[in-house]
Design a protein around this ligand. Structure first.
Ligand SMILES: Cc1cc2nc3c(=O)[nH]c(=O)nc-3n(C[C@H](O)[C@H](O)[C@H](O)COP(=O)(O)OP(=O)(O)OC[C@H]3O[C@@H](n4cnc5c(N)ncnc54)[C@H](O)[C@@H]3O)c2cc1C
Ligand code: SF4
Length: 550
């Protein structure tokens, strides 16, 4: 009979991993169940084709029955193992009701000021580099970033200065990489070109594994079980408490029990787990009686990449992800609707272009790889209850999602193309080859439906059980000891990458759980706590290799 735990956390990504880090100092017995193993350190970490294997090959389905391959990363650290580590705060107005082209982005029940101190702590824990005050849309902050901004490589610096000279406001992208530019011989990060979308071979990326799980996993009150996929949650006869967590642990089904159960599987898998865990007291899925919203309001951003190529200048940058632009975040004169965020993404590498020579003609793929500057564009998608995750049978996950707010995205793409053309970073592709003078082009790729990297919103939090799945502490309204701590709680998606908000919220909910466990150290149960457990500051390098529970 397995041991009974005080807390069970399911999943070790940005939400679950951070929550674990926060509540470890309580000394309470904590079980962590993670579907994947530790991601191996090997040469494939940094190889274009080799790195594909870290993305799951599982199949989900769209409404019409077509296959979706979301490519989630199921390892300790979850999707943060391969993420791009751009760690933005939501803007202050993202927490307010705001008119968009296709409707209103709803108001959050908590505001930026409720998250601010947790954002501060999140930036320390995940070692974020940045510079305050450069971006006019930046939310107010009492503290500077804990680490200085990452320097631009020469070609990027040139573009940064040109944009500034045009009166624009480019600013240093807030990045979670452990780079020490002052003493590169001591820097864990070597500033390479295989970061965005790849795991970090030298553990220098601030992912949830490296930043949150490993620093605490030697603590005696933690039991971490990897390759433990949770299949279902059982409740008491009343349906008010989760009484059992059933996991497939390396082929064997085991039931675990705990006083508090936290689901942190990511917005799609957390809602799927709840829906799959329905019973006679929860006929439409666990925690779904009051609102019927479990799985609904899935958001994932309207996303696209844009590769600007000019043969005028090469871009030999290795780590170019150092600039972001929010000049169009809230719209622009003549267009009052928010358009979104522009940021640099990982540099295009030649291996990713092979086989697509026709698409890039008349440019050679060598020219594209050598000269491209690569941009990532994000527009907020609005929550729509019809955009939802559902389960059919025990396994099949169906994603019904119809994109909204496409017009501001398209406008953002066109505006950015125009500006890049004007500043000599490329020009439009048109069918006539003689248009290219000098030979240059653009290639835009709108992320397809199955691109779920920015999944949020399937168990929104709020003050009314009829219109939200979770209360303000991310506890399920319908189940007393059940929490959801990952991207699921989002009310709206904003137009910046979601992870820093997931991390900040996990710290916030962690404080609530500490209170509930009777181990809080804060005076005001609702206010932010003031101490930082020293255990959080342990260096990953100082840790011995992990010992796993069998
Ligand atoms: C290629 C890529 C680049 C990205 N770049 C950025 C970026 O630059 N900035 C940014 O802010 N965001 C980025 N993101 C998004 C970021 O990765 C997510 O926002 C973040 O990881 C979500 O955190 P989470 O806790 O909600 O879920 P996850 O991090 O996905 O964690 C979920 C965890 O639950 C585990 N799990 C799932 N199901 C089960 C189960 N049934 N039983 C047990 N365990 C389970 C998973 O293995 C995983 O460990 C990127 C994503 C991708 C894919
Ligand atoms: S740039 Fe730094 S953090 Fe990113 S993969 Fe390379 S070494 Fe790791």
């Amino acid at each position: 009979m397995p041991e009974h735990f005080d807390v069970i956390i399911i999943g070790t990504g940005a939400g679950g991993g951070t929550l674990l880090n926060r509540i470890v100092p309580s000394g309470k017995r904590i079980l962590v169940l993670e579907r994947g193993p530790f991601l191996p350190r090997e040469k494939d970490n940094w190889s274009y084709h080799g790195s594909f294997k870290y993305y799951s090959s599982e199949t989900m389905y769209n409404k019409a029955g077509g296959e979706i391959h979301p490519g989630f990363c199921y390892y300790v650290g979850g999707n943060t193992k391969v993420y791009g580590a751009a760690l933005f705060r939501l803007r202050e107005k993202d927490f307010e009701k705001f008119r968009h082209k296709d409707g209103y982005s709803p108001e959050w029940p908590l505001k930026y000021r409720d998250f601010e101190s947790y954002y501060d702590e999140a930036e320390v824990l995940y070692q974020v580099h940045g510079k305050a005050g450069e971006d006019p849309t930046d939310p107010p902050r009492k503290k500077e970033y804990p680490f200085p901004p990452i320097s631009h490589e020469p070609r990027i610096k040139e573009v940064f200065e040109i944009l500034k000279a045009r009166g624009m406001k480019p600013y240093p992208a807030p990045m979670g990489v452990r780079l020490n530019e002052a003493m590169m011989h001591l820097s864990p990060c070597i500033r390479c070109d295989t970061c965005d979308g790849y795991p970090c071979m030298v553990h220098a990326k601030s992912d949830a594994d490296v930043s949150a799980v490993r620093p605490v996993m030697q603590e005696p009150n933690i039991t971490l079980v990897t390759e433990a996929k949770v299949l279902r949650l059982h409740t008491s006869a009343s349906g008010r408490e989760v009484t059992g967590v059933v996991a497939d642990v390396k082929g064997e089904q085991i039931m675990f029990t705990g006083d508090i159960v936290v689901v942190s599987c990511g917005a799609v898998n957390s809602s799927a787990l709840l829906l799959r865990s329905g019973n006679d007291k929860h006929p439409n899925g666990l925690a779904n009686n009051s609102s019927g919203l479990v799985g609904r309001n899935l958001m994932k951003h309207v996303l696209g990449s844009l590769v600007g190529v000019s043969t005028l200048k090469a871009n030999p940058s290795k780590f170019q992800k150092t600039m972001a632009i929010n000049d169009f975040y809230w719209g622009e004169p003549g267009y009052e609707f928010p358009m979104g965020n522009i940021q640099l993404m990982g540099k295009t590498v030649i291996e990713g272009l092979r086989g697509y020579e026709d698409k890039y003609a008349p440019l050679s793929i060598e020219e594209v790889a050598r000269n491209s500057i690569d941009w990532w564009l994000t527009t907020e998608d609005l929550p729509d209850p019809n955009n939802h995750v559902r389960v059919e049978g025990d396994q099949r996950i169906v994603i019904d999602y119809i994109e909204n707010n496409s017009e501001p995205f398209d406008r953002l793409v066109e505006r950015w193309k125009g500006i890049l053309k004007e500043i000599g970073c490329g020009c439009h592709i048109v069918p006539q080859a003689n248009y290219f003078a000098p030979k240059s082009g653009y290639f835009t790729t709108k992320m397809p439906m199955h691109s779920l990297g920015h999944q949020v919103g399937t168990c929104k939090f709020g003050e009314d059980p009829k219109t939200s799945v979770l209360d303000l502490n991310c506890r399920a309204y319908d189940v007393d000891n059940l929490y959801v701590v990952d991207g699921s709680f989002f009310v709206s998606s904003g137009a910046v990458n979601p992870t820093l908000t997931i991390i900040a919220n996990a710290l916030r909910v962690g404080d609530h759980i500490l209170n509930r466990l009777g181990t809080s150290r804060c005076e005001d149960a609702d206010g932010p706590v003031s101490y930082s457990p020293s255990v959080q500051l342990k260096s990953i390098q100082a840790q011995p290799e992990p010992v796993l529970a069998q």
